[in-house]
Design a protein around this ligand. Structure first.
Ligand code: ACM
Ligand code: ZN
Length: 761
């Protein structure tokens, strides 16, 4: 965002003294405006109370760092001071903040004091000057307390490692958003990141992989560069103490029995086969898991946990439990013997046995376990808390069994998914917009009032396969973290999307001040391709091509469009339909009323040809999961990878053929017909086994134009038919590859056929 300096509502309010909009995220329970301003300058004193030390220190450091204002403490009851007053009658983590012209009082206990300070920080003016002599705070009264006791954010440091200093910064982000739990995912197939003194190879070997996958899962390309990193126990102690001062509990996750290849690579006796393995270099799930039959595995994990417990005082320890393939256990004599000895039904009950045994150990040390929702399979361990990630069913099942649950459903709480429909960096999965996160209701439907109380909160997860630097982490996190904080803190009746989005410019200027890299997806220009007609009467004529339709949400904004071969940019109001006359890159961006660019630049390459925009039909529709704009997707002038692309650019046929007919509108000479397809075997997507092209004058009698009986290609590629003829209609039949060969990912299942465009010249 170029020089977006929006002091906006807050600044105006300082001088009018009666604003109703304060841009506090998450929205407090109640705010009452009062007349006047409280002034903070170097003469302002803080009057402490018991348990106010950390809150006070945080405020002092923030004012010093961002405004060069220094506040001292005093035991005297001086005017124009900030008073902390202990009040244990308030709700847990709650606070009352009363800002008057002659004093500010903060009532609460330790956590409440800390959250009151976070609110004060958000009320401070956003100035980009380093030194400020006076700060004006509008007078008001706030009563506030959180809706959920568990307000979490996770970070996967297994796939990518982030240094200890950055973890502290991340913890500050949690604090600013009034979250109270940091779920630190410390061990993975791709790296073991916590020093364990008894087993030094866990970090000597397990914290390094020889190389890392480049691009999407299944790319087959590697960077040929070792990747290492771990936290020493001293660093961890330091981080735990840092978090504790910010009312944040750190829950460590030590994954078992799956996602453990880094441990197995370090100590091969841990696996069923005892073979030697490398730390995993690609993403996905390793079939090598901890042997659940051998007692030495349990002894090892208990020894690891002994050291973990010394570092982390949290009541909960996360022991993973997700995505544990059972093939090795099925083939392992020791695991099978364990199943017999313990009278277990199968490998699922063996997994349950594993989790119960570890739970028993941790319970004996006064701790409780959290596990991903797979721990429900084969029976839940007696005191376990379930983290529901495969949708919400796990949370519902846990609550119905009167077990606590934390909601982290993948469709809404996985911040490794794109925030923008036009995301052009590699991300995992589908789209989770800011509004999706804001609208998320953590209590799943179908629970009665008694069961609802077992949903203790929710959490967003940051899986870092596709985040190898901290700027990318922040780009994926912000501003969704603000929406998350309101979802977790504010009652549903306090939430209001209009109010939240009105505050976004102010929030974004805070992010800039605090050096946070954030996504501008909220300002995405909405775009679509539509058929273009000669005359306005669309029913009377055939389409002759396409137009690019652009819209933005806010009518005060202008859209600027750049076309190929035009020097000048054209400016439009907040909606425009651009006829696509020339091939090449078209781009658009959004300008606010002050003339500042506020969006990402949207760039789209168009490739028009005789088929573009024309009427077309499919004999069998695509699968609902990849239906995009229907058959028009194949004649919309856009190739996958030529701009914003991604899933919306494809039609996907699961097990079916693509059989398509195009009406060019009139007889015309044609020489080449091209079908653009996509191959990605790791995702079950195969090229067609054969493609036949036909042409016709009347749409009834077709003759073969060309045929490609053996198709070969990787990634995006064209399949081309050639012949000189005259035709009005063209038919293309691409045969589905059929069942996936055994031994390949998805072996034995139907394969996908993906196509993104047809071109006719
Ligand atoms: C998970 O995403 N495997 C918990
Ligand atoms: Zn085994």
């Amino acid at each position: 965002m170029k020089k977006l300096c929006l002091l906006a509502t807050i600044i105006i309010s300082f001088f009018s003294g009666q604003s109703q909009t304060y841009n506090i995220v998450p929205q407090p329970v109640s705010i009452t405006s009062q007349k006047g301003n409280f002034i903070i300058n170097n003469n302002t004193k803080i009057h402490p109370s018991t348990a106010s030390f950390h809150a006070m220190e945080f405020l002092q450091q923030h004012l010093q760092k961002h405004y060069d204002i220094h506040l001292n403490t005093t035991e005297k009851s001086l005017p124009h001071s900030i008073f902390f007053i202990t009040d244990s009658s308030l709700p847990k983590e709650g606070y009352q903040l009363n800002i008057n012209a002659n004093k500010m009082t903060i009532r609460g206990t330790e956590a409440g004091f800390f959250y009151a300070v976070q609110t004060i920080i958000q009320l401070l003016p956003i100035t980009h000057e380093k030194k400020v002599t006076q700060l004006y705070l509008p007078c008001m009264k706030i009563e506030d307390s959180p809706r959920f006791p568990y307000r979490g954010l996770h970070l996967d440091v297994g796939r990518h490692f982030f240094p200890a200093d950055y973890i502290k910064k991340y913890i500050d982000y949690l604090a600013l958003h009034k979250l109270n739990t940091f779920h630190w995912h410390l061990t993975e197939d791709q790296g073991w990141r916590i020093e364990i003194k008894k087993y030094p190879l866990l970090t000597e070997t397990g914290s390094c992989r020889k190389q890392t996958l480049i691009g999407n899962y299944g790319s087959g390309r590697y960077d040929n560069t070792p990747y290492c990193g771990f936290y020493t126990q001293q660093e961890i102690r330091d981080i735990v103490a840092y978090a504790s001062k910010r009312n944040i509990t750190i829950i460590p996750e030590i994954e078992m029995p799956g996602h453990s290849l880094a441990a197995i690579a370090s100590y091969p006796f841990l696996s069923c086969t005892k073979a030697t393995f490398d730390v995993m270099q690609t993403w996905g799930v390793s079939p090598e898991v901890l042997c659940a039959g051998n007692d030495s595995t349990y002894e090892f994990m208990e020894n690891v946990l002994d050291e973990v417990l010394l570092l982390f005082p949290s009541k909960y320890i996360h022991i993973g439990g997700d995505e544990c393939p059972k093939e090795r256990w099925h083939q392992c004599a020791v695991c099978q013997q364990k199943i017999k000895n313990e009278h277990l039904k199968d490998e699922h009950e063996l997994q349950s046995y594993f989790i119960r045994r570890i739970e028993q150990y941790l319970n004996s040390k006064g701790r409780n376990i959290i596990g991903w929702d797979e721990i429900l399979e084969g029976g839940l361990a007696p005191n376990a808390t379930v983290m529901s990630w495969r949708g919400t069913d796990g949370g519902v099942a846990a609550a119905q069994q009167h077990h606590q649950a934390i909601m982290t459903p993948g469709q809404l709480m996985y911040f490794d998914h794109a925030q923008s429909a036009y995301e052009d960096s590699v991300t995992q999965g589908g789209l989770i917009s800011l509004k999706d996160v804001y609208d998320y209701e953590p209590i799943p439907a179908g629970l009665n009032d008694n069961e609802k109380q077992y949903i203790i909160g929710a959490q967003a997860n940051m899986w870092t396969e596709y985040m190898n630097n901290t700027r990318k982490v922040e780009y994926m996190l912000f501003p969704r973290m603000a929406a998350l904080s309101e979802t977790l803190w504010s009652a549903p009746e306090q939430k209001n999307w209009e109010r939240f989005t009105t505050g976004l410019p102010s929030l974004f200027s805070k992010y800039q001040k605090w050096g946070i890299n954030y996504s501008k997806a909220f300002y995405d220009i909405e775009c679509s391709v539509i058929p273009r007609y000669y005359r306005t009467d669309q029913s009377a004529s055939q389409p002759i091509g396409i137009s690019w339709k652009l819209q933005c949400k806010d009518s005060s904004m202008k859209i600027f469009v750049t076309r190929p071969y035009f020097e000048a940019e054209d400016s439009y109001q907040n909606e425009v339909t651009v006829p696509i006359i020339q091939n090449g890159p078209y781009s658009a961006l959004l300008i606010n009323p002050k003339g500042e660019v506020i969006s990402n630049t949207l760039t789209q390459n168009f490739y028009t040809n005789r088929a573009t925009g024309k009427k077309a039909e499919l004999k069998t529709p695509p699968s609902n999961a990849y239906a995009s704009a229907g058959v028009f997707t194949l004649v919309d002038g856009i190739h996958n990878g030529s701009g914003m692309s991604k899933p919306k650019e494809f039609l996907g046929f699961w097990g079916n053929d693509l059989d398509m007919t195009i009406d060019l509108g009139s007889m015309m000479p044609i020489e080449t017909i091209i079908l653009h397809v996509f191959e990605q075997e790791a995702s079950w997507i195969y090229p067609p086994s054969a493609v036949t092209f036909w042409s016709s004058e009347d749409g009834k009698d077709f003759s073969i134009f060309d045929a490609v009986n053996s198709v070969d290609g990787k990634g995006n590629f064209p399949i081309i038919g050639i012949k000189k003829t005259q035709a009005r209609f063209v038919r293309i039949l691409a045969k589905n590859h059929g069942l996936i060969p055994l031994g390949n990912p998805g072996g034995g299942n139907k394969s996908w056929l993906f196509a993104d465009e047809v071109e006719i010249f």
